[in-house]
Write a protein of this length. Structure first.
Length: 380
């Protein structure tokens, strides 16, 4: 029966091919799109893991570059027992770099970090992750100077002493930094005054406060004390683990939306399979009648039709995985997107394809099982 069901797929090759093509596109879309989301999740989590200290940001605002609080919160944060430094910061997404619009960069876009330099602190020890690999650090009084990430240096082919235009302002490159997370290598680090100028951030406002504890083991204690003391205010203190939890929730929701959108294509494929199987059943009216006449039970007819439908789902799933892997690779090569293809994603996509095939075959199988063998044999 299984062999017969498989061979039946090749009786109308064009129709079978169209059904396969639809389900392949659906599975490929799921793998390619979800792999991009998982790639972002992996890279951002890696980046967050390298973020030191504590950040005071606007409450329930999401990414730090959406935050806006009064600059007086730096003073309040420094009053908390166990806090060594509290530094004002402005975080934003660059709009243009070298005259090119980069505002649609999304995750991994060119970010601007402005830090208060008046305390003469190493910017890489107040929450800005990285290690200076070329040039010098920022110091109080630096104006029009910028430290760039290795990713920016490579993308725009820049070197120490070169100028780079950010949001229309020409700035001199005095240093290059590197991190272990590619997502953090696209940052422009500058004085808070320069950041305010090129982002038009309002006077008296900052994105957040970079808090450095005296003892790294006291991070959660400081966060809890700050949030308890200012529970009724517009701000909240968050640690790296808090940021990771918040981002995980956001990504999980985003992944679900992406999966649903991609699954729509697979559902359409299921409708195509249903149509293929239903037409196949109607065209084999006499054949099914003959099988019943020689002793095939209704359940045997149902199994044969379901096997045919499942075979389409299995073949579509396997081909979809192959094309999905190719699509994920193409997104990395041609668009620079980081993708993460997991065995769980491949397995779920394949099983989804098989399930679509199984569901799509139920109605045609039911129609075939209800055929009267005498009427079928009489049909012209």
């Amino acid at each position: 029966m299984i062999k017969l069901a498989f061979l039946n797929l090749f009786r109308h090759r064009a129709r079978t091919f169209l059904s396969l093509a639809a389900i392949v596109i659906g599975v490929m879309s799921i793998i390619a799109m979800v792999s991009v989301v998982d790639g972002i999740f992996f890279e951002v989590n890696e980046a967050i893991g390298r973020v030191a200290g504590i950040r005071v940001l606007q409450k329930d605002i999401g990414p730090p570059f959406f935050s806006s609080i009064n600059d007086s919160w730096a003073v309040e944060a420094e009053k908390i027992n166990g806090v060594k430094h509290a530094v004002q910061g402005i975080f934003a997404l660059a709009r243009t770099v070298e005259g090119k619009d980069v505002s649609a960069g999304g995750f991994g876009a060119n970010n601007i970090t402005g830090v208060d330099l008046t305390k003469n602190l190493d910017v890489f020890k107040v929450g800005v992750s990285g290690e200076l690999v070329e040039g010098r650090n920022l110091k109080s009084g630096d104006s029009g100077a910028v430290i760039i990430g290795q990713g920016i240096k490579d993308t725009y082919n820049k070197f120490l002493g070169n100028s780079i235009k950010v949001n229309g302002k020409k700035m001199k490159i005095i240093g290059v930094y590197e991190t272990g997370a590619g997502l953090l290598n696209n940052n422009f680090i500058m004085s808070i005054e320069d950041a305010r100028e090129i982002t038009s951030f309002p006077l008296g406002k900052i994105s957040g406060v970079l808090v450095v504890p005296q003892n790294p083991d006291d991070v959660q204690k400081i966060v809890d004390v700050f949030n308890f003391k200012f529970s009724e205010d517009e701000v909240e203190a968050v640690s790296a683990s808090d940021l990771s939890s918040q981002f995980t929730g956001f990504i999980d929701n985003f992944r679900l939306v992406v999966f649903i959108v991609a699954a729509v294509a697979a559902v359409v494929a299921g409708i195509g399979i249903l149509n293929t199987m239903l037409m196949s059943v109607l065209e084999r009216f006499k054949e099914i009648g003959a099988l019943k006449a020689v002793g095939w039970a209704k359940f045997d007819i149902v199994k044969m039709i379901l096997f045919e439908s499942i075979f389409i789902g299995v073949l579509g799933g396997l081909l979809g995985i192959i094309f999905g892997l190719g699509g994920a690779a193409a997104l990395e090569i041609f668009f620079g997107l980081n993708t993460e293809v997991t065995l769980q994603l491949l397995f779920n996509s394949f099983m989804f394809s098989v399930l679509i095939g199984l569901i799509a075959g139920f109605y045609p199988a039911w129609v075939a099982s209800k055929m009267d063998p005498i009427e079928a044999l009489r049909a012209e």
